[in-house]
Design a protein around this ligand. Structure first.
Ligand code: NAD
Length: 314
């Protein structure tokens, strides 16, 4: 079967790399990049692009009618730190965007839907270390609340309508191609840019704030592996815990010093992102992903650091 794939929110940190990888696998013209923002040069020239607002049902319906997609990847969202600045807008986009896509997926017989969740679904009373798939979940950001509710909707549509919807709880994603979109883990990208530019960085998270992270290549590979896994292997239809590595700003700085010995790390006090980070897990137990569809990470902190510095130097 020839798949036609819509990627909605294609111009962001993940979409930029996911669209390129999907086009390599399925063919340039089979992957339709959709966003409310104009794409960068690569995305626009490698294959079709459409302006789509996921909150505009008529717009979304026209695109579904035009392309008759067999798969939809929904990436449009407002992330954790930005969401706190405009909670109602974040709720509207993160929730109604998802419901619109789930409804049109049923109406247009879409075979599979992908929608990412986040470690933000956990909260202050969730276990901090090796946080398990099933535990207390009391997110206290609007982003986390919308992701947890979204997970429940995904499972509901799977059970009620038989929609093949799949999801991962991404940790903080580290990449060099596109800028991060306003999350609490963004420091782990900015630090590499500043290390090369000024040999110093001021972190908005404190020295010992440990958070789960992943290099983008692992995230893209894991996403596609999940989407290609046989449906009967998947025991989770809300969202899978998904783990790469975990580190603190201080540990990452020490790793950067292996390559740039003069690098110094300072700290900015009282940043609102600290409270968000403090409510999240320090590390994640992703044994369901490992057992169900053989997930295995390839990039640890040292390999990620090497890759980031190598690509950004270019
Ligand atoms: P991003 O902010 O970089 O990109 C989101 C894209 O969606 C942007 O290009 C934006 O223009 C587009 N968009 C916004 N509103 C839209 C609308 N109404 N209609 C169509 N497009 C719209 O985000 P990202 O980092 O690429 O994240 C993608 C998904 O992954 C989100 O669901 C996010 O919650 C999730 N996630 C990301 C991370 C991370 O570290 N990047 C971690 C956990 C989960």
């Amino acid at each position: 079967m020839h798949d036609t794939i819509l990627v909605i929110g294609a111009n962001g940190q993940i979409g930029t790399e996911l669209v390129a990888e999907l086009r390599t696998i399925y063919g340039d013209n089979k992957v339709i990049a959709c966003d409310i923002r104009r794409p960068d040069y690569d995305t626009r020239n490698a294959g079709p692009f459409e302006f789509v607002n996921v909150l505009d049902k008529d717009n979304l319906k026209d695109i579904c009618q035009k392309y008759k997609p067999t798969m939809i990847y929904l990436l449009a969202a407002i992330l954790s730190a930005t969401g706190e600045q405009n909670p109602k807008l974040a709720w509207d986009l993160n929730m109604n965007g998802l419901l619109n896509v789930l409804d049109f997926a049923i109406e247009f017989n879409v075979r599979k839907v992908y929608w990412p969740s986040s470690i933000a679904v956990f909260g202050p009373n969730s276990p901090k270390d090796h946080t398990s798939q099933y535990c207390v979940m009391d997110p206290n950001t609007v982003y986390g609340i919308s992701k947890l509710a979204g997970e429940r909707w995904c499972e509901y549509y799977f059970r009620k309508h038989g929609l093949d919807v799949r999801s991962l709880r991404y940790p903080g994603l580290i990449s060099w191609k596109a800028a991060p979109g306003g999350g609490t883990t963004d420091y782990a990208v900015h630090i590499f840019h500043d290390a090369l530019k000024k040999s110093s960085y001021s972190s908005f998270l404190s020295a010992d704030t440990r958070l789960p992270m992943m290099y983008m290549d692992d995230a893209i590979r894991g996403t596609i592996e999940l989407m290609e896994a046989p449906a009967d292997r998947l025991t989770i239809r809300s969202s899978y815990n998904f783990s790469g590595m975990d580190f603190t700003p201080e540990e990452l700085a020490a790793e950067i010093r292996v390559h740039i010995p003069s690098f110094t790390l300072g700290y900015v006090a009282n940043d609102p992102r600290q409270a968000i980070a403090d409510s999240w897990p320090r590390s994640i137990d992703d044994s369901y992903a490992r057992n169900d569809w053989n997930w295995a990470t390839r990039f640890d902190m040292s390999r990620t650091t090497e890759e980031m510095l190598k690509h950004l130097r270019k």
